[in-house]
Design a protein around this ligand. Sequence first.
Ligand code: GLN
Length: 200
Amino acid sequence: MKIGVLALQGNFENHMKELRNLGIDPVKIRYPTQLDQVEGLVIPGGESTTLTHLMKTNNFFDPIKTFAKSNPVLGTCAGLIMMAKKIDDVRVEPLGMLDLTVKRNRYGRQVHSFSNIITVHFDSRDVTIPATFIRAPQIIEMGPSVKVLATCEDLPIVVLDGLHLGITFHPEVDGISLFHEWLFLLARNEITSDRMSRKK
Ligand code: GLN
């Protein structure tokens, strides 16, 4: 099974590395037709306005939306922003696969980046990991289908909506492959959204 990493902009090389660490074959996705070769997709962080522009220029919008109907997608930071339904910035065109409203740059500029230790709640287990936030978005509204798997200062930072996972921070910066593993397991149908419990 192959997993794709959207390689238009941003930190895609580190996501490829996390997948390789798990023994998963990553495919650098530069053209929409390559989506046929993969069964899951990572949308890395970067800059959502630039990602919007590049995805438009390369005709990615409809193919990714179609792909997401039957395949899992993992979005980190700007990737989560792209996957949301509503964004507080008209320059960003949402893909609408996570029933979220998001606000860009919640914590300020690059110099205000920070790391924290967070706990992810999955399948009745708690996993504690470092989380690095770089000009991270804030999830300000969620639809009823969205499960919160981790919070930081009472704000949701890891969410799951059906087959789709959104993370407001950058796991690949800290060498965390947990979410890439979930993406792989979702693609193999070995875990389902129902088994992931809501963070209390
Ligand atoms: N602030 C960026 C945006 O709005 C996201 C930052 C990131 O992906 N690290 O797109």
